[in-house]
Ligand binder design. Structure first.
Ligand code: IMP
Ligand code: MG
Length: 181
């Protein structure tokens, strides 16, 4: 049986099922509910990739809190460009607040590092937590990046689905797929 799929010019095979993903998302949401009760955290979903993860995560958040969105871009095709662009920034103040950055994946770490710096140093957030669906520790190109909440760690392979794209395609796939070598 061949369950491979085609996205643009590449072939991908099934990697993580929706069920597997959701179990981990619920585990992380419960941990956040416990850790941040009484802090009225502001969740910041990093667009575009994290929108599906953020929706599932936030439906499992039961403590008083808010959610907002920021849009960043660093990838073209399957490679990070190393330059992180803010396409759309925040409209609300984070001064003195507990914020939770909700990101699909940490790869080189450039996007996350730049977001933490902005929120802490320039925008004055009191406590910046990092919540990611996937972590690729072997792809890291920045030092000292702390991930507070992580659903799954994966090897350094390119993936699509569940919000993640290849050249903007494939975000609608319910499961996650990995590129064929
Ligand atoms: P970083 O700045 O290199 O850590 O990259 C983070 C961003 O690159 C993520 O927010 C994703 O949008 C994108 N990205 C990294 N790895 C993948 C992947 O395997 N598939 C799809 N997008 C990815
Ligand atoms: Mg992203």
């Amino acid at each position: 049986m061949n369950n491979s799929i085609q996205v643009c010019d590449k072939t991908f095979r099934p990697y993580l099922s929706q069920e597997q993903i959701l179990a981990e998302v619920k585990r992380v949401a419960n941990q956040i509910n416990e850790d941040l009760a009484g802090k009225d955290p502001l969740f910041i979903c990093v667009l575009n990739g994290a929108f599906i993860f953020a929706a599932d995560l936030y439906r499992n958040i039961t403590i008083p809190s808010e959610i907002t969105f920021m849009r960043m871009k660093s990838y073209v095709g399957t490679e990070t460009t190393g330059k992180v662009k803010v396409i759309s920034s925040l409209h609300e103040s984070v001064v003195g607040r507990t914020v939770v950055i909700v990101e699909d994946i940490v790869d080189s770490g450039y996007t996350m590092k730049s977001m933490i710096e902005q929120l802490q140093t320039h925008l004055g957030a009191a406590d910046v937590r990092v919540c990611v669906l996937l972590n690729k520790p072997n792809a890291r190109r920045v030092e000292g990046l702390n991930i507070d909440y992580c659903c799954l760690e994966i090897p350094n392979d390119f993936i699509v689905g569940y919000g993640l794209d290849y050249n903007e395609q494939g975000r609608n796939l319910p499961d996650i797929y990995v590129v064929e070598a």
